[in-house]
Ligand binder design. Structure first.
Ligand code: KG4
Ligand code: ZN
Length: 378
């Protein structure tokens, strides 16, 4: 990739645009964010004034879930093609509902990674084309940083420093967060992510895709203590996770029950499936809660931020809330609809990076994407 020419404070002033992290900033800065890393096309417009918390002006989302359901999981090529279909109409929708036009956009941000390469390229391509056409700078954002900073869009935004539990379909990480771009990895999964454990267990119980919400709904009717499932790495003494074995244990248990009843796993009685779902959820949640508490202890911090799709899980929220309350730990979540992928978190992360002076936007429109990209390398 061509070396980017970065637009820093002096270049901005020369062009009549004020530096974002300067007291002299008089102009509101509007960031258009585009998310296309997986199976959701998200677009949003965020406005930031000086050092104030960025404000969400409008957002629009199109979920491809229905399209991928027929295949039992995300089909990357179909995902890319659908992002192409959705991204411009969603952008028009966001501008219309915010009462703004493209001329009001100061920076175009997009998800640069991690994610599906083809899907990422759609958002990056559109963002850079828009930037070039408008003569506005662009900024590639880390998807997980978007999740991490999404609670700043909530009514109860956190303060730095905090421990972050990032639990999505592809990642499970505990991070120490001292500020924007100041991330220290404390522990992560050595195999499957928590979301993957939900999705794979749900699939083998016949619950379809995406499994997390379906499994947690079914779990509401089951007994979480019905089956004794492993709590992987619970006593490992470190902050790493492992969920691959849990999925296998669920499979072995389910097959044993099916064999005894001479039926397929998916034909097990509804109450047995509910018990299996509840026991699976209880195992995942217990590990996430205990490791989060251990991370808070290790970091000596009293603030926890939970982000990513699994952060929408009701049992996880309930248990974290009660354990954290007992320890005088404040716990923050994104708004429920911003737990899963969305454009608002990308616009927000870009705005906060610019605002903090961590990064400048670029007026070179050659782009690349990073399907694999460790957050602590930022
Ligand atoms: O953050 P996200 O939207 O996408 C990635 O970046 O991966 O997370 C998606 C993951 C999926 O694995 C999905 O099953 C899980 O989040 N998820 C849930 C719930 N809602 C979404 N898992 C458990 N309970 C939920 N309520
Ligand atoms: Zn995500």
């Amino acid at each position: 990739m061509q070396e980017s020419r970065q637009i820093g404070a002096s270049a901005r002033l020369a062009k009549g645009v004020h530096p974002l992290n300067s007291d002299a900033m008089v102009k509101n800065l509007r960031v258009l964010g585009i998310e296309s890393s997986c199976d959701e096309t998200g677009v949003a417009l965020v406005e930031v004034q000086g050092a104030g918390v960025p404000v969400l002006l409008a957002e629009a989302l199109y979920s491809q879930i229905e399209m991928h359901q027929a295949y039992g999981g995300v089909v990357p090529e179909l995902a890319s093609r659908d992002h192409i279909r959705r991204v411009l109409p969603l952008t028009e929708q966001v501008l219309a509902s915010s009462g703004r036009t493209l001329a009001d956009v100061d920076v175009v941000a997009f998800t640069r990674g991690p994610g599906l390469a083809g899907a990422l390229l759609v958002g990056a391509g559109v963002a850079c084309a828009l930037g070039a056409a408008l003569g506005k700078p662009v900024l590639g954002v880390h998807h997980l940083e978007g999740h991490l900073l999404s609670p700043f869009l909530s009514a109860d935004p956190p303060e730095f420093p905090f421990v972050a539990l990032l639990v999505s379909g592809g990642h499970t990480q505990l991070m120490r967060v001292d500020g924007v771009g100041r991330y220290t990895l404390l522990g992560e999964t050595i195999d499957d992510a928590a979301g993957e454990a939900f999705d794979k267990s749900a699939k083998l119980l016949g619950l379809g895709y995406p499994g997390g919400p379906a499994l947690s709904r079914l779990a509401e009717q089951g007994d979480p203590a019905a089956f004794k499932l492993p709590r992987p790495l619970l006593h490992s003494g470190n902050l790493d996770f492992s969920f691959a074995g849990l999925k296998t244990a669920v499979m072995v248990q389910a097959k044993k029950l099916a064999l005894a009843q001479d039926c397929a796993v998916t034909d097990l009685p509804a109450n047995v499936l509910a018990d299996l779902a509840a026991s699976t959820q209880a195992a995942i949640v217990e590990v996430l809660v205990k490791k989060s508490l251990a991370a808070l202890n290790q970091a000596g911090l009293k603030r926890l931020v939970v982000a990513g799709g699994v952060g929408a899980n009701r049992m996880l929220r309930e248990q974290l809330n009660s354990e954290c309350a007992r320890r005088q730990v404040r716990v923050h979540y994104p708004e429920l609809h911003l737990c899963t992928d969305n454009g608002a978190m990308i616009a927000m992360a870009a705005a906060m990076r610019l605002q903090s002076g961590q990064q400048t936007a670029s007026e070179v429109y050659a782009f690349d994407v990073k399907p694999r990209w460790p957050l602590d390398s930022l």
